[in-house]
Design a protein. Structure first.
Length: 349
């Protein structure tokens, strides 16, 4: 039996991680909005309804869940002055039910089915695009939830978690797919990672000076977060995958997971992120389907692509949440997935 496509396995992991992140939000963070941030119950309901529409209805051809349909109708008449209040526990239960239905849809996916066109209110996309967008959407909102959880006293909420399905050993994946024709295309998750880079680059400039240096004792400095993303990408894709020399600024910044919190210069961190991703992009563009099972470190190229994409989108959501606390207008995340959309010649929405 052919293993599920990597983007599908990552989406199934994202479902589990979203519930786990909800459960990390302490009681003080489960009530109304925190300043300019969305209420955590509203976030869970928003994810449940959009996910139901994208995967169960559009990709799966089913009917919307009654709870999701009702919540969407009530949300349509809500206003900024009178936002729709959604009990946290009710929204969590709704998401779990939606995810259970989505799992049945996703378990039937193979590589060919991801290319199937799907008509949406915003134009025609593919099932693969909807799956990739759902991954990005889940992780950016997990990043937002991580900010709420930390402010409410949970400590640092590290994302992503284990990603057990995406991390399946390359030997197991290779054995399951033995005899299958290798795809000549750039893997969808490699395209998704490039879109994740674009999302981080899109959010970083909206962090005002107060947002860059503002004191939140329970949150990492924003420059640390940006440098940390650059460190991960440089270590995995430039040094590990391409054998390049370590970026000197990143090596000296000491911003790996587990390093003590620090506040490197924001502009230097942004430059390091730009420099690092400029070097990784050509490598990502050269990848093909057969490369996913190639060993990389203790896992595989595919597993590391999934982790990098999840990591970048989660931190992009975190950065946007902090920017919002300091008055920035919400950019609407994720933005268009241009690289994923280009895979099928569709307009990204």
């Amino acid at each position: 039996m052919t293993t599920l496509p990597l983007v599908v396995r990552l989406l199934l992991d994202a479902q589990d991680e979203f519930v786990s992140t909800l459960d990390r939000v302490p009681a003080p963070g489960r009530g109304g909005p925190w300043g300019r941030l969305n209420a955590s119950g509203w976030i869970a309901a928003h994810i449940a309804t959009s996910y139901d529409q994208w995967i169960n209805v559009l990709a799966g051809g089913g009917e919307p869940r009654a709870w999701a349909r009702d919540w969407s109708a009530r949300q349509a008449i809500a206003t900024l002055d009178r936002p729709l209040a959604t009990p946290f526990d009710e929204a969590r239960v709704a998401f779990v039910e939606v995810a259970d239905a989505a799992t049945r849809v996703l378990d039937d996916c193979d590589e060919a089915s991801l290319d199937a066109p799907v008509r949406t209110p915003r134009g025609t996309v593919t099932r693969g695009y909807l799956a990739a967008r759902a991954v990005a959407h889940l992780f950016v909102h997990m990043g937002e939830l991580s900010v709420i959880a930390s402010l409410a006293g949970a400590g640092e909420v590290r994302l992503p978690g284990p990603l057990a399905r995406a991390r399946e050993s390359q030997e197991r994946v290779a054995l399951a797919d033995e005899g299958a024709a290798p795809s000549p295309h750039v893997p969808l998750v490699a395209r998704l990672l490039r879109d994740a880079y674009d999302e981080v680059a899109r959010v970083a400039p909206v962090l005002s000076v107060p947002a860059r240096v503002g004191a939140f004792d329970r949150l990492n400095p924003r420059s640390f977060t940006l440098a940390h993303i650059a460190e991960h990408e440089d270590r995995v894709w430039n040094v590990g995958a391409q054998g390049r020399v370590r970026d000197a600024w990143i090596e000296g910044a000491r911003v790996s997971r587990g390093d003590p919190r620090s506040a490197p210069d924001f502009d230097a961190a942004a430059a390091a992120f730009a420099r690092t991703t400029l070097a990784t992009r050509p490598y990502l563009e050269r990848l093909r389907g057969a490369d996913l099972v190639r060993p990389l470190g203790t896992t595989s190229v595919g597993a590391e692509l999934a982790r990098s994409a999840a990591h970048c989108f989660a931190h992009a959501g975190e950065l946007m949440a902090i920017a919002s606390l300091f008055g920035a207008e919400d950019l609407g995340q994720p933005g268009p997935l241009a690289h994923v959309g280009a895979a099928s010649g569709v307009a990204a929405r």
